[in-house]
Design a binder for this molecule. Sequence first.
Ligand SMILES: [Zn+2]
Length: 87
Amino acid sequence: MAERRKYSKKYCRYCEGKVDFLDYKNPSAFKFSLSERYKIMPRRLTGNCKKHQEMVENAIKRARHAAIIPYVASRKKVIDNPFAGLK
Ligand SMILES: [Zn+2]
């Protein structure tokens, strides 16, 4: 192997779970698609299909607007698990 892959095998986790609708009020549903700095992960890294990536984008943007997840993570606040404080 020339290059070690940062992410393991790529597949759409939402297709696997047969997700038809993503609720923006439930951040654990789209945590796979958020980086540690709360950025939306690109499809080329997560392996999401186009349909689910668009659903994830909408859900994350709505959740940001509703202040469920932050727009930006400050340098001090970068932590291992951004969902540790939730629930
Ligand atoms: Zn999918």
